[in-house]
Design a protein around this ligand. Sequence first.
Ligand SMILES: Nc1ncnc2c1ncn2[C@@H]1O[C@H](COP(=O)(O)OP(=O)(O)O)[C@@H](O)[C@H]1O
Ligand SMILES: [Mg+2]
Length: 587
Amino acid sequence: MDDPSTDMTSLQIARRLLGEALPRHWQLYIGSLICMIGVAGFTAALAYSTKLIVNEVFVAGSATAAYQVAALLVVVSIGKSGFEYANVVIATKFTRSVAAFYQKATFRAMVAKAVPYFAGKHAAKHMAEVMLFGRAAGLVVTTVLNKLSTDVLTLIGLVAVMIYTDPLMSISIAVLFPLIFGLVALLTRRIKAVAAEEIELQGRIQAVGAEAFEGIKTVKSYGLEAKSKSKFAAAVNALENRMLGIAKMTSLTIPLMEFLGGLAIGLFILYASWQTGQGNRSAGDFTAFITAFLLAYQPAERVSQNWVLIQKSLVQVGQMYGLFASAQEDAQTGTASLEGRASALRFEGVSFRYNAEAVALHDVSFETKPGERIAVVGRSGAGKTTLIDLVQRFYAPTKGVISIGGQDIAEVTPDALRDAIALISQDVFLFDGTIRNNMRDGKPDATDDEIAVAAERAMVTAFAKDMPDGLDSEIGPNGASLSGGQKQRVGIGRAMIKNAKIYIYDEATSALDGANERAIMQATVDSAKDSTILFVTHRPSTLQWVDRVLLLDHGRVVAFETHETLMETNAIYRALFNLNTSDEERA
Ligand SMILES: Nc1ncnc2c1ncn2[C@@H]1O[C@H](COP(=O)(O)OP(=O)(O)O)[C@@H](O)[C@H]1O
Ligand SMILES: [Mg+2]
């Protein structure tokens, strides 16, 4: 887990969870409460009616009593099973509702997390957390409020019957309780230790599987099927072993309770034979007592087992609350807007490091004029991507200030920043759906006319008109049915619709041929006259469109000059430029 786990205790976590879930799902809770009382009442009645059977039917030999008792038993059984059925249905709905609520809440919290949270961890692992945190919350709420409460109520009813029929024997059995508590506490401690690991292992399976499917062409062309299979098998086996370990621990409560129960029954038989010898008790009393005791067995066993399971799930719910808290921290950004600000971008002494060892940007300072077009160039690893990630506030600078139109971007709202910037990246990401809907993501309230204009400028129309449904053609997950160049054009169209102050083209035309690139560059500079445009590029052809070039090397600004000046004065630039005339190396 890279999110900070909360330091709440199990009790605090349970209190918070129940406090949140109860008001939200109170109807379901009332329904299950009625069912619980019904089940407990009828179970106790069943135990007590055995006293009537023995004393009235067998000992007194009354025929009328036999009919009455038989009828009573049928009614009690029907009542008990009816409530049990309703209880299961309501409990299932309850669990699903709570789980669904927390799955949505976890997803919301994760999306709110800052970019570094997602680096180095496969998307499938995040999804596993979303699903499992929600499931753990649903399990805790309904196990505590329904299963555990039903069993505890049932136990109380049965214990009442036991105490009523034989107080002395009941107290002697109570001596066993500390023993049970001690052993259950031991199991609880061990299971809490493996709770976080369960989610990690579930996530690993999903990540290994998703990786193979996403990279299926690579897997097949390099013959990596066997490697994928064994990686997947190892992940599945690890989880299976872990789950078996957990099941072994939780199920240890079964033999434990059976043993203690057997012990109690043995003692009881000795005690009963002694008491009947004395003529103190009726046979019916003993039957009622032993029936209540036997009926108490299963609920008691389930209580201890559910207790251990709840402890495990509470650890996971605690992780979920940790995520909520850290997402809230991440979301706490400024209140300023960029309304009316110019498009000038300014870096003042900006440094950034990803980790202790590697400094990615050193003391970077530069300022663009509003509406200026800039090429950001430099060797692979020079810091170009880092620089544009900082502009979008994906990371915060370690030192220094970045401002747009004089406003420090650290102080603006996420909405304001998002509206001010349009990014077009080399590996453009498109959503499953139509071309039109993907373009509309740039500006949700765009009219069809606006989309048509942008589609024309970004040369999307040029290929979409040959597709069966034009702009309304489905393009598959991440635009699977489009070529790389077509995807880039849809991505450029999506950005053009947006009325941004700053456009960032990160190798955005790398998959376009020369003619297409020229047309799109022309449209780009024509349609965004007041905006600052940053072209991160290795292509010499892009340089004719820009006013100045920002040359980076090893995380430092080497020069910020016109192309002509740099060609005359800068050896690094010339080397870069000549190197890349023939070789389109990508960053
Ligand atoms: N997520 C990351 N974690 C650690 N180091 C990184 C990360 N991303 C980039 N770097 C390092 O930061 C430096 C600049 O990288 P980058 O900005 O991607 O360069 P460019 O885009 O110019 O090729 C490189 O040395 C790179 O190894
Ligand atoms: Mg890069």
